[in-house]
Write a protein that binds this ligand. Structure first.
Ligand code: WTA
Length: 648
């Protein structure tokens, strides 16, 4: 049994060596209170500014005076900060290590080479008509050219919108349309776990719905024979050599947009989370150095895809802003065998390793031998991100991978927060398995109840943040009203995270998971509403309700209740078809794990679906359904319980 009290102190060999020790943490927390202006100015000074900011922070979460601005008169360029500034002393240092899907395929890219590639691509993008402020959609595999594409956009001041390679043509089309991209960067195919991903074919299909897209820049990666559309498609490999390797970085205002990243919310279609230039980079850069105690020359590996925010901040921007070496892995944890992660650690002598609990749980199940047959002595720090890590997985990570000696930083944050907000600092914080521990200096957390009353001491409630930090998102692209409504209207004057959280007597925070209709499946964030609208788009479906349920490996699984139209018959065949349909509509990772036929859904008399009851049935907690008397037709619940599908 793991108790809340089990404490892992800062290891002896870390004492006095980390960037931030316990005293420095306390000092930073105190300074941000006594001299916020100075604290945040110093934090921004880690970047190279064309014009240093004098106006540091201008924030109000109030409805009639709502604004979030950081470093607003500063001028800088993100690609210059991630590349050019390192050239004088680090030109031949490795910026990116590439490890391919197939073992044996790897590559190294120095800062000098990265500069060359980014400038060439930036010039190609300009030739294709891209200008400052344009939105460029990137749909690439986890290969170095993905980082090159992001940095090339940043160099010319274009706003990138990276779409994860697992998304379907429909999902891509929705994202392209929402931000009105005219240019798309993709590859012929990707490789994952020995299989090919038809990236270009997906783009071709998506673009049938996006007539505004004028140009597609396609990277030849696998060399597959894919259709090329005359006049629209340009092949990167063919134009690269002729493009100039000189491209002056565009001077950007700190508050100019850097990227849009679509993420799921409780309602409606995915939101385009918008991050800006100065605050985002300052926060990604500072958190990378502090949380991972990073020093240039060390090999850092974050296993996240660049299609998610973790890949943005801790594969690309954080490491490169620090002149670091970041490993980009194309593959998956269990291909060709469940030893793959650990073989890669040994091969490249990885020092800091950052992954998701879902991967750890899957690997843990395969047995310790896959880990133990590797050396792993290069490792000095482990990290976790994306979902709550259960203490069992934490302890396994610590014992088997970390040999009982490596600290684990369990980092809590969100697409919206730009970078890590709650995490241990490895040289400062005693660890508790399953707790993200304490907020970073300057991050002001509160727990509130459903009515917004502030809860003190050891307690449990909804997690809100009462003041801004530089990496905070600035708006929902094209819908500023939705930004305010989603995050700042539930608890006026505060940012609502959507997460539930406990605080123990030592002031440690324990994230308990989403309290809204967002689910976290294998670390992928999904809106139940999106899956529901995919289901009802099928001819046979009248209505659908989707909830999450606890899943041993994925953290949460997708449980769908489906009401068919009167003329449709609930067969096994149709069940399979509907699962495939969701895969096709959204992407494989959104496919329901369980699909139960529901002749009726539990609704209140005003027609609202009572998800609380559906969650309980999915969890098989049918004895604690609570009060069902307010339902329009309580008998539907009996049917759902009787015919509950065998959720694992
Ligand atoms: C969850 C990923 C517990 C949380 C960076 C959050 C976590 C959502 C942790 C954001 C963690 C992320 N412990 N829960 N260490 N990290 N989460 O936007 O529910 O993909 O709200 O960002 O993941 O997911 P997103």
């Amino acid at each position: 049994m793991v108790s809340d009290g089990q404490l892992f102190p800062v290891p002896e060999d870390w004492a006095g060596k980390a960037h931030i020790d316990a005293a420095a943490y306390e000092a930073a927390v105190a300074r941000v209170e006594s001299d916020p202006e100075g604290y945040w100015r110093d934090l921004a000074a880690r970047l190279d500014w064309i014009k240093a900011p004098t106006r540091i922070k201008d924030v109000s979460y109030a409805k009639d005076d709502f604004r979030i601005r950081w470093y607003e008169d500063g001028v800088l360029n993100v690609s210059a900060n991630c590349i050019d500034r390192h050239l004088p002393h680090r030109k031949d240092d490795v910026a990116l290590i590439f490890e391919g899907d197939e073992p044996g395929v790897s590559d190294k890219i120095t800062y000098g080479q990265l500069h060359d590639q980014v400038c060439r691509m930036a010039n190609v993008l300009k030739d294709l008509g891209a200008r400052k402020g344009d939105r460029i959609t990137i749909y690439l595999p986890m290969v170095p050219v993905a980082a090159v594409a992001m940095l090339a956009c940043a160099r010319i001041g274009a706003i990138h919108s990276v779409v994860f390679g697992g998304f379907s043509p429909d999902s891509i089309a929705g994202r392209i349309q929402d931000c009105d991209s005219r240019l798309v960067i993709t590859a012929d195919q990707g490789c994952r776990g020995g299989k090919k991903v038809p990236l270009k074919a997906n783009i071709d299909e998506a673009l049938l719905q996006c007539p505004q897209v004028e140009k597609v820049l396609m990277v030849r990666w696998t060399g597959a024979d894919v259709p090329v559309v005359e006049g629209r498609d340009v092949i990167w490999n063919d134009v690269r050599e002729a493009a100039s390797p000189v491209c002056e970085p565009e001077p950007m205002n700190a508050e100019d947009p850097l990227f849009i990243l679509y993420t799921s919310g409780s309602t409606g279609k995915p939101k385009g989370v918008l991050h800006t230039t100065g605050g985002y980079l300052a926060w990604a850069s500072w958190t990378f150095e502090s949380v991972f105690d990073y020093r240039p020359g060390e090999i850092f590996w974050c296993t996240a895809d660049v299609g998610w925010v973790t890949g943005h901040s801790y594969v690309v921007y954080g490491p490169l802003a620090n002149g670091g070496t970041s490993l980009i892995f194309e593959g998956v944890p269990n291909y060709p065998t469940p030893s793959r992660f650990w073989e890669v650690v040994d091969k490249h002598k990885v020092e800091i390793f950052y992954t998701a609990p879902t991967a750890l749980r899957a690997l843990m199940r395969e047995g310790d031998d896959h880990v133990l047959k590797n050396d792993l002595s290069s490792l000095r720090l482990l990290g976790s991100v994306g979902e709550p890590i259960n203490p069992e997985a934490w302890l396994w990570y610590h014992r088997v991978v970390g040999k009982d000696r490596l600290p684990i930083v369990d980092t809590w944050w969100q697409t919206e927060t730009g970078g890590i907000l709650v995490s241990p600092l490895p040289g400062a914080t005693a660890l508790k398995p399953g707790s993200a521990t304490k907020p970073l200096p300057g991050v002001k957390l509160q727990l509130v109840d459903a009515e917004g009353a502030v809860l003190e001491g050891a307690t449990e409630g909804n997690l809100v943040i009462t003041d801004s930090w530089p990496g905070q998102m600035r708006t929902v692209y094209g819908d500023h009203q939705r930004f305010f409504e989603t995050y700042f209207s539930t608890y006026p004057g505060k940012y609502f995270t959507g997460d539930g959280c406990k605080r123990d007597a030592d002031g440690y925070y324990w994230i308990t998971g989403r309290v809204d209709d967002v689910i976290n499946v294998s670390g992928h964030r999904l809106g139940t509403a999106e899956i529901e609208s995919a289901l009802v788009a099928h001819d046979a479906v009248a209505e659908a309700a989707v909830v999450g349920y606890p899943h041993d490996i994925k953290g949460q699984g997708v449980y769908a209740y489906v009401t068919l139209k009167a003329d449709a018959t609930p067969t096994e065949e149709l069940r399979k078809q509907l699962v495939l349909w969701v895969r096709h509509e959204i992407g494989p990772f959104a496919a329901p794990d369980v699909l139960q036929w529901a002749p009726g859904l539990p609704k209140t008399r005003s027609g609202k679906i009572m998800r609380r009851i559906l969650r309980k049935i999915a969890e098989n907690a049918v004895d604690s359904l609570g009060d069902t008397s307010t339902l329009a037709d309580p008998s539907v619940v009996d049917d759902l319980v009787r015919n509950r599908a065998g959720a694992k």
